[in-house]
Design a binder for this molecule. Sequence first.
Ligand code: NAD
Ligand code: UFG
Length: 339
Amino acid sequence: MRVLVTGGAGYIGSHTVVQLVAAGHEPVVVDSHVNSRPSVLPRLEELTGTRIESHGFDLRDADATSALLGEGGFDAVIHFAGLKAVGESGRSPLEYYDNNLGTTFALLRAMGRHGVGTLVFSSSATVYGEQAPVPYREGHEPLVSSSPYGRSKVMQEQILRDVAATGAVRVALLRYFNPVGAHPSGRIGEDPQGIPNNLMPFIAQVAVGRRERLQVFGGDYPTADGTAERDYIHVEDLAAGHVAALDHLRDHPEIRVREWNLGGGRGTSVLEMVAAFEAASGRPIPYDVVDRRAGDLPAFWADASRAEVELGWRATRTIEQMCADTWRWQSANPQGYPA
Ligand code: NAD
Ligand code: UFG
């Protein structure tokens, strides 16, 4: 399949591009580089041994998006492009709604105009909100979220369901848990700009000497060691989940819209992650336990059985592999991608 990968220069998109090529598909990247560097693209060509067609524009440019899809030959779209920082979304809600909804509108219109009928969408476990029982199951309702970022995902899911109901597009809604790790080559990985918001890149930057100490947000949660638990998933497993969803939609034309959790199905605490990273890197991770971060939940993980039964997909990589691969990437690229 020829697959348009929006946000294909970003963290999860770049790993998915590599796996699409390995699976015999032809990915085409579009990315505005608002949160990525064009220098990832030659590395994708190096890893795949093939030329990757790429386009640098903002998807909200409806004419450019339509012109690209109008070039013809696309079988499907994987829509990663979006802004994703929970805290920043509270400070700039309009920017988040505009970007995350605007990209989806432009894409859906262009797909409709040019007859591209299959979409795989990046959703998030954040759509389960604060009240859903753990483990999270796809059938849970209502979907709610506590941040503008999360609400933009709830809204996009709803918009996609509404458009899918007309028969215009068939949609996989993939709800990611906590993606971490990097390609085992160490050539591509997560490269947050500025101070990392997320745990794994922060730990990695402490290990490599870019930051002094980790702040552990909350030591008094009702968990085994008092720190919060999350369902970490290796980005390589996550990328494989996209290929599986794409193949599944192709093989099951009766599906209009379907949600799948992509997680490992178990919780790991902040301190367990710190210990695993120390072991993988051989570096100490000094930390201080500080107050809880506003909005954080104590513990959640996926029931990932629907993806296993229907997609034949399961997360197989361990916490140790997540840390070892992150460390290989971080130690070889201490400042991330070249500018
Ligand atoms: P990322 O920021 O690394 O990648 C997103 C890419 O989209 C970036 O390269 C960015 O430049 C591009 N982009 C943003 N707005 C654009 C626009 N208007 N036009 C064109 N390109 C644009 O993020 P990621 O971690 O790879 O996340 C990919 C998707 O997965 C996002 O939709 C995100 O919300 C979702 N998601 C991520 C996580 C996570 O923890 N990483 C968890 C759940 C869901
Ligand atoms: N944490 C720290 N110190 C840090 C960063 C994080 O202790 O410097 C803790 C957090 O408090 C949390 C855990 O590490 O307990 C994981 O935090 P992340 O920020 O890495 O991930 P979150 O679970 O908060 O957020 C992720 C995605 C969001 C998504 C959310 C809900 O990044 O996009 O899951 O699904 F909205």
